[in-house]
Design a binder for this molecule. Structure first.
Ligand code: SAH
Ligand code: SF4
Length: 355
């Protein structure tokens, strides 16, 4: 029988689960301490926890619901992991080194149904959602990789930007956030977590209503409906009008800034015209947006797209700045190791099929 990941329960869920089995809540605190502070990797290593409690947990849960399948290390310190899930599916997790700390990019679904025309992850349709435990376990595996190096390094930031659309797996993604921010456990500050969406407007509102102080990034990539629908077919179902209303709702409800992601695609969305249109779109909320200009990572299957020329990138940036829009050109990581999200996974799947 396949067991669920022990990391999937929030502290409240773990306490309730134990209480239902007649175990007092303070035992949940002991278990939590072992999981996230001591970071034991098996039930037998758990110390100071009531035997009956360990037995109950071990009957139902597992520490390892995935195995490391491939690990690639880049010269700049980026590490890409491919994990094999219990059902054989492969997922991708990336560790990145920044000046401000170590961030991990997690996957939320096996494949993605949004199918954006430039993305490697959307090449394979979603076969299932990841459980909250499978998302937390990615962080734990990376943290254990760091622990093994004995440098006292901690995962300090999380970006939910791996394979999948996190808002299409909403509840599990929220449970995942509640586990990793718990001050008694990993205690990763909510302001150090960013969730990225392709623009599911209703879920953006729901996310604002959760009251979690987590950053939101919106993958916009085009400033008008015609162009956005051409590169992201989701725009047909959810065009810019309802999307921008959801953005307004998010800003007024949370009073937080929103990050706008904009991949620069050569001769597609990188002209002065689009820079001006983008500035127009956010003219009334300049103080509340931050535009991330992203160099495109070419994907073999999407040969119609190339990375913008450096001159166009700089001109685009200048136009936004002149119009008073906060923006930056995103620094790249691990370009020597299949950097585009989902690329390592899709290459590995092709390779294994060919064998
Ligand atoms: N599904 C969510 C989160 C995962 S994708 C979303 O779309 O926002 C994370 C980010 O990577 C998105 O902004 C996405 O547009 C971007 N991305 C996808 N493929 C890319 C590529 N080949 N090069 C650069 N960025 C890419
Ligand atoms: Fe899915 Fe995001 Fe890739 Fe679009 S960019 S296909 S939403 S993972």
């Amino acid at each position: 029988m396949m067991k669920e990941s022990i990391y999937g329960l929030t502290f409240e869920q773990l306490s309730a689960w134990l209480l239902e089995r007649g175990i007092k809540p303070f035992h949940a605190a002991q278990v939590w301490e072992q999981l996230y502070r001591k970071r034991v990797t098996s039930f037998t290593e758990m110390s100071g926890v009531k035997e009956e409690c360990v037995k109950l947990l071990s009957e139902r849960f597992s520490f390892q619901t995935m195995q490391q399948h491939v690990k690639q290390e880049s010269e700049d310190g980026t590490v890409k992991f491919l994990f094999k899930l219990q059902d054989g599916n492969l997922i991708e997790t990336v560790l990145m080194k920044h000046k401000y700390g170590l961030s991990v990019c997690v996957t939320t679904q096996v494949g993605c149904n949004i199918g954006c025309s430039f993305c490697a992850s959307g090449l394979l349709k979603k076969s299932r959602d990841l459980s909250s435990g499978e998302i937390v376990e990615q962080i734990m595996n990376v943290q254990l990789h760091l622990d093994e190096r004995n440098k006292d390094e901690r995962v300090s930031h999380i970006v939910v930007m791996g394979i999948g659309e996190p808002f299409d797996n909403f509840e599990n993604m929220i449970d995942f956030i509640n586990v990793v921010i718990d001050p008694k456990g990993l205690a990763i500050g909510s302001r150090r977590i960013t969730v990225s969406t392709s623009g599911l407007a209703k879920k953006i509102r729901e996310f604002a209503d959760t009251g979690l102080n987590v950053n939101l990034a919106l993958s916009l990539h085009a400033p008008n409906n015609e162009l956005r629908t051409r590169i992201m077919k989701i725009n047909k179902a959810i065009p810019l009008e309802p999307l921008m209303e959801a953005v307004d709702y998010y800003i007024t409800t949370t009073n937080r800034r929103i990050t706008i992601e904009y991949i620069l695609l050569r001769d597609v969305n990188d002209h002065q015209k689009e820079a001006e249109e983008l500035a127009d779109l956010f003219q009334d909320k300049k103080q509340k947006v931050y535009v991330n200009l992203i160099p495109y990572n070419p994907v073999d299957e999407h040969g119609q797209y190339q990375r913008s020329e450096q001159a166009s990138v700089l001109a685009f940036y200048d136009t936004l700045k002149k119009r008073g829009i906060n923006c930056k050109i995103r620094q790249e990581h691990g370009t020597d190791i299949d950097a585009a999200c989902g690329q390592l996974r899709s290459k590995q799947i092709k390779k294994e099929k060919a064998q």
